[in-house]
Design a protein around this ligand. Structure first.
Ligand SMILES: [Cu+2]
Length: 291
């Protein structure tokens, strides 16, 4: 009886040891141990990526910004007496704060835009609460990229991400509190951000698995670099209504070339692209290398 039990234990021990050995062997080789578990898999992005650039126009008369009633928090009125709505920031017929991104498509060799091992974004993007509005008003990040949320105001804010594909996230941040850090794990265009303390505060964050996005500047221009040669759907998103308005167009990007993608919002707006290429070398290739 005793001998039988010992035998069973011995067999069990040997079996367990073999299992442990097998799992150790299936571990990644040593060189990969520092790779982050979320590191993208896929093809290395090419070094001869091109550029998609353009201008966002606003057709017709731009709606005038409305002054915001900040009486709910006198500190906001003191710091930023001219606080106004930012849903249509139009300068000389050009629209700022439009999120432009490569939505779909593939490189000439058939690789889909999400099929590359895009290097993870290492630097944090800052979202500042300053003068009781968000700076910037629209921003883009990659999945799992750190968003540093600062409170530069002498009052309390309560930042509230209200995504559809990511978890709801809501944190209060008293004046003088250190920055909060947050990241989004799923791609989502766009995540609305609001402040539970100040109902007029709004920001929008585009979250993508790739770094091929930009936000239009005050002069309406945007530039997306490092686009693998291929044919893509470029989308331009602008806030308004329940979910905003998105316009798309097809562009073909040649190796180290520049493709134009001009969009228009406002009255009778139409998208006008120029699929013809201007063979200009892209100057920077910020996406070179993996980590
Ligand atoms: Cu606030």
């Amino acid at each position: 009886m005793f001998m039988k039990q010992t035998k069973v234990w011995l067999i069990l021990t040997i079996a367990l040891s073999l299992l442990a050995l097998a799992s150790a062997c299936s571990k990644a080789p040593e060189g990969n141990e520092n790779a982050t578990p979320s590191a993208a898999t896929g093809k290395t992005p090419p070094t001869d990526g091109g550029t998609v650039s353009g201008t966002i126009a606003f057709n017709g008369a731009a709606p005038a910004p409305k002054k915001i009633d900040t009486s709910a928090d006198p500190v906001c009125g003191q710091k930023n007496p001219n606080l106004s709505t930012e849903d249509n920031v139009v300068t000389n017929g050009k629209l700022a704060n439009v999120f432009v991104y490569i939505k779909d498509g593939a490189a000439s060799d058939g690789t889909k835009i999400d099929g590359y091992a895009w290097p993870a974004a290492t630097a944090a993007v800052t979202l500042d609460q300053n003068g009781c509005h968000y700076r910037p008003h629209v921003l883009g990040v990659m999945v799992n990229q750190d968003i540093e949320i600062k409170n530069s105001d002498p009052t309390q804010h309560n930042i509230h991400f209200t995504p559809k594909s990511n978890p709801d996230w809501n944190q209060s941040q008293p004046n003088g509190a250190p920055p909060l850090m947050h990241k989004l794990k799923q791609s989502e265009v766009l995540v609305p951000v609001k402040c539970n303390q100040h109902p007029w505060m709004k920001s929008y964050i585009g979250v993508l698995k790739h770094p091929l996005f930009a936000v239009s500047a005050e002069d309406g221009t945007f530039t997306i670099k490092g686009v693998p040669p291929g044919t893509y759907t470029v989308a331009a998103w602008h806030e308004g209504g329940a979910t905003g308005t998105e316009k798309t167009m097809q562009v073909t990007v040649a190796a180290s070339g520049t493709a134009k993608a001009d969009f228009a919002f406002g009255e009778a707006a139409t998208a006008s692209g120029n699929p013809g290429l201007k063979m200009m070398p892209a100057i920077e290739f910020p996406m070179l290398g993996r980590h």
